[in-house]
Design a protein around this ligand. Structure first.
Ligand SMILES: Cc1cc2nc3c(=O)[nH]c(=O)nc-3n(C[C@H](O)[C@H](O)[C@H](O)COP(=O)(O)OP(=O)(O)OC[C@H]3O[C@@H](n4cnc5c(N)ncnc54)[C@H](O)[C@@H]3O)c2cc1C
Ligand code: FES
Length: 272
């Protein structure tokens, strides 16, 4: 199991400095946060609550999209989110200056190391959220950006997010849309399989919808390549106490592990 747990956990009130639509139903927020986020690991997540929140009752989980350290040494957290229901729709209407309750960093992140062979980073839609931070940390660890290929997949062109961020970091992106409106017409996993015919990667990292993740895990197994998947489940407590997020893993002797505590990043080979 991955053990990249980054900084310590804390609950705090943050004030939004920005909260804006970046494409279709996707928004990005920024806010100054506690200094412990300087040690957050890519793949870790936070839970959010609106201060006046009566509905929905539960905090909602979101990946850490980026942590920027300002010239004053104070970290700023970024969260990229898609409006899908009650909480995210209320969140999208919060103007700069609104206050939120933030709890994190939570869970285990990706293995970050300066791979000397290529790495594939595969994103399905909003699954790109933790992968910008991952690529940034791989570069910080000393990995040559030429060795990193990011596969961005979505149903249509407005689901292809953060290309500018990746290009700014000097990594190659390959875009795939199911309706052919941008890049390769088809599934992101087909694009990954084509690339694997000529590449010999050290690692495949992925985050996205369940079906995509299962397909990426299967492709990695046939290519005999190490693979880490960031998975999503519905979460109630986010702290390992309610069993709401249990998944079956081999590392627990075919028993269950909690996505919020032992994940959300798992070795693909460990997932049943
Ligand atoms: C570890 C983790 C990291 C996440 N990171 C991000 C992120 O960076 N950006 C982002 O936009 N979203 C992320 N999510 C999903 C996010 O938590 C949900 O979209 C959010 O809680 C929906 O709240 P809501 O009240 O707006 O929608 P709800 O009204 O609760 O749900 C609307 C619809 O979305 C479905 N849904 C809700 N939560 C999930 C989920 N976790 N997985 C699959 N379907 C779900 C519901 O079944 C329902 O159909 C993450 C989830 C987890 C577990
Ligand atoms: S969400 Fe409660 S145990 Fe994971």
């Amino acid at each position: 199991m991955n053990k990249n747990t980054g900084g310590r956990l804390a609950q705090e009130t943050i004030e939004l400095t920005e909260n804006k639509r970046i494409s279709g139903s996707y928004f990005r927020l920024r806010a100054a946060c506690g200094v412990h986020y300087a040690k957050a690991a890519a793949g870790q997540f936070v839970t959010l609550r609106l201060l006046d929140q009566t509905e929905p009752l539960l905090r909602r989980p979101f990946s850490i999209h980026q942590v920027n350290i300002g010239s004053n040494g104070i970290p700023e957290i970024e969260i990229l989110y898609r409006v899908v229901g009650g909480f995210t729709s209320k969140l999208s209407r919060q103007p700069a200056g609104s206050r939120l309750d933030l709890l994190g960093p939570l869970g285990h992140g990706f293995t970050v190391t300066a791979h000397t062979r290529p790495a594939a980073v595969v994103a399905g839609g909003i699954g790109v959220a933790p992968l910008v931070f991952l690529v940034w940390q791989l570069k910080l660890a000393g990995m040559d950006p030429d060795l990193i290929t990011v596969f961005l997949g979505g149903q249509t062109r407005s689901d292809i997010l953060c290309r500018d961020r990746f290009e700014h970091m000097g990594v190659r992106t390959k875009n795939t849309t199911e309706d052919g409106s941008l890049g390769f017409h088809g599934l992101v996993t087909t694009s990954l399989e084509t690339w694997l015919k000529t590449a010999d990667p050290a690692m495949i990292y992925a985050c996205g919808p369940h079906g995509m993740l299962m397909a990426v895990g299967k492709i990695a197994r046939s290519a005999n390549t190490a693979c880490e998947l960031s998975i999503e489940t519905l979460m109630a407590c986010g702290l390992g106490v309610c069993m709401g997020c249990a998944v079956k893993t081999r590392s627990s002797g075919e028993g269950f592990e909690h996505v919020c505590k032992h994940g959300p990043v798992f070795d693909a080979a460990a997932l049943v």
